[in-house]
Each structure stands twice: as structure tokens, then as C-alpha cells.
Design a protein around this ligand. Sequence first.
Ligand SMILES: Nc1ncnc2c1ncn2[C@@H]1O[C@H](COP(=O)(O)OP(=O)(O)OP(=O)(O)O)[C@@H](O)[C@H]1O
Length: 258
Amino acid sequence: MNEPIIKFEKVIKRFGEVTVLDELDFNVRKGEKVTIIGPSGSGKSTVLRILMTLETINDGVIHVAGKPLWHQYKDDQLVPASEAHLREMRKEMGMVFQQFNLFPHMTVRRNITEAPVHVLGLSKEKANQRAEEYLDLVGLADQADKFPSQLSGGQQQRVAIARALAMKPNIMLFDEPTSALDPELVGEVLNVIQRLAGEQDLTMLLVTHEMQFAKQISDRVCFFDKGRIVEEGPPEQVFKEPREERTQEFLKGFINPD
Ligand SMILES: Nc1ncnc2c1ncn2[C@@H]1O[C@H](COP(=O)(O)OP(=O)(O)OP(=O)(O)O)[C@@H](O)[C@H]1O
């Protein structure tokens, strides 16, 4: 578990005049489960969106699975990545968003098979098998023929998780996956994520405000503020004995995750 599968080196991200990531250095090792916490606007989601290539970077270098993400090598020089390179890199990662982002006009099954068929080139039959396998994993084997609008928010989010997993990514990114859900539906989604966290080889990077959950599943918690990591460590340390004043202040706003 030592080799970093995600490596940010001095990454700068600006939106106009605002510096959202400020020379960020950040590593995640293969198989590690890492949670990012921090105040609103501290750059947490931006980290995930940059990894999914939904946002570019202004400076610095990111490596994913040993390959540069936003760059590629040409005659030993790092040059901006081509669209083909970005497409390849995206296959390393699956992302689950706050809003489930399912295609409303497609059945649950089609939502899951679409990318395996069109991006990975799987046969329809193979993709359908995968859909069944992952729907089973998220406890929705009997919902394949429904449309998203016929499902609860918790079920839709579980479909979104199955959809990301069906691409067999090495890294799963979760961006506040329960914050759009009614409180009574949060548990079923957290249960699925918790089960995934039991998979040793799967690397997980999660942005959440669910501190209790972060404590349960994370190997490491990173506290972000103003586009930098202020403090990081095992959840027991960060939650129980935060060293930095800013972490202490932030955690005061939450019920002690004990
Ligand atoms: N596309 C964009 N254009 C302009 N500003 C943006 C854009 N996306 C994000 N920002 C700004 O960048 C900053 C960091 O956003 P980000 O979503 O990463 O924060 P966050 O830590 O995830 O916050 P939250 O907990 O509220 O989701 C915020 O000030 C946000 O307004």
C-alpha cells in the first residue's frame, strides 16, 4: 500500500482572480481510503473534479497510476495532454456526485451499460451481465427495468455507484454522496460505500460532511482550508486530537464523531 496512485505536486487552480488550490501537494496510496473534510469553498470538490478531468489546472503536475494526468510525455518533455490521453486516464477513475446525474430517459440497466458499451467497447451482453452484477452489489437487482424517476434518491445514488463501478475503475471518487438525500435515505448509501471500503485494492477518495462515517471508513482524513492541506492523519487523531487550531475550530461545528 505504499505506492502513490494519486500524486498532486504544487498544483495551482484558479477561478478568475480566486486561487482555489494553492500549490497543493497531496498523495493517495493504492488501496487507501482517504476522506477530505473542510469548510465550504476550501477546494475539496475541485480536487475530485480535476481528477475526473472536469476542470483543468493552472500549474503543477498530477500523476495518476504513475502517468501524468493533465500532461503527457513527448520527447521526454511534459506537454499538455491530448484528448486521447485524457480519455485513457479517465478509465482509472469513477466518480459519484452529490446529484446522482443519472440519464432520466434511460432505464437503470441502460444507465449502467452505456459507458461500458460505448467507452470500453463491451458487447451488450457482457455489459448487461456487469449491470446485473453491480446492481446486485448495491442491493437493486430487481430495479433494472425502472427509470430513475421511479426510484428514491437513495436508490438513485446506489445506481450511480453501480454505474461508476461497472467501468471497473481502480479509484472511486465520491463528492458528498449523501448531502442531497433525505436523512432517512443516507444510511443505505453509506452502507454501500462502507462495503466498498472493505475492498482492499480499491482506492477511495471521498469528500464528505458525515464525520462519523469518515471516521469509520477512512485510513486517513485530510483537513483542507483555502486550497491547502492544513492537517492530515488517521481519523482517531484528526477527530480526537486535532493539532491545528483551524481544524479544531472547524470540528467544533460538528457533533463529536464518537
Ligand atoms: N466553475 C467555477 N467557476 C468559478 N468558481 C468556481 C467554480 N467551481 C468552484 N468555484 C469556486 O472555487 C471555490 C472552491 O470550490 P469547491 O467546490 O472546490 O469547494 P468545496 O470545498 O468543495 O466546497 P463545498 O463544501 O461548499 O462543496 C469556491 O469558492 C467556489 O465558488
